[in-house]
Design a binder for this molecule. Structure first.
Ligand code: LMR
Length: 337
């Protein structure tokens, strides 16, 4: 009997070392659904968050990441979040307009951000916090902004001047600003779920699209697009969002631990975004299936002169005050073409 005592003592001390919540209850499960591949800025950011959430909550929370539209596709995911069928998403900012929060389409305005440095003055500052708070009446809690990057155009004809876009059916995200952007170019905008784009390009349902290079590469769009033009004409980023009722139901200590995990994941995702897009572009070039064109100064100026019209066209939809607040914060001058 005596030899059992040390064993019992070890077992008791081992159990005491495990936090009560870890062995007393099942972990809180957060289903995190998104529509891009794992090896993208958002894909890696989600995995990073899942890892840190498990570590910081010491197993009290388990984040299940469902990548590449495996759980929900574009439109379905937003409805699932509001119904509480999924707890976390990171949709493109271009996809929040249909919720009725039209201010988010300001991020789709062509050329509104010169680079990520001025962009972060908005997304990582007070303006970003204010924009995320506009989601709350929709039952959504905005947790963070994550970068992807600046977009290039692709199509099955060379795209060098605005005239080259005339009549092209161009896939876009569900954003009225992106519709306006394509129409001022003379193209025909086609809203479509991200998971359907490859097949639509392959079969000719659409002629072209726009995205940062990490998406164009990981969805193999280089296989079905003969030409790509490195325009950097607009930004694509994400809002990491959760179901507000779920978030507020969490124990406050767990919520704080998840906020810390999200803070770290945001720094990580934004740090890798540029390198992910640069390596994706290098791989597209290596594949040799898409002719990659760098616009000349004159070509850039002409495209900007045409697309900048979207700012005035969409001011009433987005709200002049939102646009002007971003102009002020970033020092953007629409007259400076
Ligand atoms: C798209 O639909 O093109 C993007 O929003 C995909 C993504 O989430 O990066």
């Amino acid at each position: 009997m005596k030899f059992l005592l040390p064993l019992i003592a070890m077992l008791v001390s081992a159990l005491c070392a495990v936090p009560p919540v870890a062995w007393a209850e099942q972990p809180i499960v957060i289903k995190f659904s998104h529509v891009v591949a794992l090896d993208t800025p958002k894909g890696k950011g989600a995995e990073f968050f899942a890892k840190r959430a498990a570590e910081l909550t010491r197993g009290a929370v388990k984040v299940e990441v469902y990548a590449n539209s495996t759980l929900y596709r574009d439109k379905d995911e937003m409805e699932a979040l509001q119904l509480g069928a999924v707890e976390m998403l990171a949709p493109s900012l271009a996809k929040l307009g249909p919720l009725g929060v039209k201010e988010f389409e300001v991020f789709d305005l062509p050329y509104i951000f010169d680079n990520t440095e001025v962009l972060h003055k908005v997304t990582q500052g007070a303006l970003g916090v204010s924009l995320l708070s506009k989601l709350e009446p929709k039952g959504i809690k905005g947790l963070a902004f994550w970068d992807n990057g600046f977009k290039s155009f692709s199509a099955n004809r060379p795209l060098r001047t605005a005239l080259d876009f005339k009549g092209l059916r161009m896939r876009i995200q569900s954003s009225k600003v992106l519709e306006s952007q394509m129409r001022v170019l003379g193209a025909l905008p086609q809203v479509m779920a991200f998971s359907d784009v490859y097949q639509a390009l392959l079969t000719g349902v659409v002629d072209g699209t726009e995205n940062p290079h990490s998406n164009l590469y990981t969805q193999k769009m280089y296989e079905v697009q003969k030409y790509m033009t490195l325009t950097d004409h607009g930004y694509l980023g994400y809002a990491v969002i959760t179901n507000k009722r779920f978030w507020e139901s969490l124990p406050s200590v767990v919520r704080s631990q998840l906020e810390q995990a999200m803070k770290e994941a945001t720094v990580f995702a934004n740090k890798i975004a540029q390198e992910e897009n640069d390596s994706a572009l290098a791989r597209i070039k290596e594949m040799g299936k898409t002719q990659v064109h760098t616009p000349t100064v004159a070509e850039r100026a002409e495209l900007k002169k045409v697309m900048i019209k979207t700012h005035s066209e969409m001011a009433s939809r987005i709200g002049k005050e939102t646009i002007e607040a971003i102009y002020r914060e970033t020092g953007f001058d629409p007259a400076r073409l």
